[in-house]
Design a protein around this ligand. Sequence first.
Ligand SMILES: [Zn+2]
Ligand SMILES: [Zn+2]
Length: 131
Amino acid sequence: MTEALAHGTRNFKVSEFACKCGRFDCQHYGIRQELIDALQKLRDLIGEAIFVNSGYRCPFWNKHEGGSKNSMHVKGLAADIWCEELTPEELKKFAEEIPEFANGGIGIYDWGIHVDVRGRRARWDYRTKKR
Ligand SMILES: [Zn+2]
Ligand SMILES: [Zn+2]
């Protein structure tokens, strides 16, 4: 990795995006600043706290979590988020307002949404309870 380490933003600490594998040989802080910057825009738009379930994942942890082989989490470009005040559907609508996510990946789940800044559009709906 040649990219500079992310430094976080007003509402997000880099540690919130650290890999959770707990292995000593994991770099842990592989999250990319452009992802955190886009999340800060979303946070400012919503005006409510956003919680991060998963950010950067090393290949080992990604496999453990059942992530796809080309997961944007491994590249440090993705986060799984939820908001106490919003349903996943409402949160997705706000995410679509942020150009980096509109032109990136947004997946909707029962627990919240996945957002990433992959640079091209991708959408999926993995909710088990669809209305
Ligand atoms: Zn790890
Ligand atoms: Zn995800």
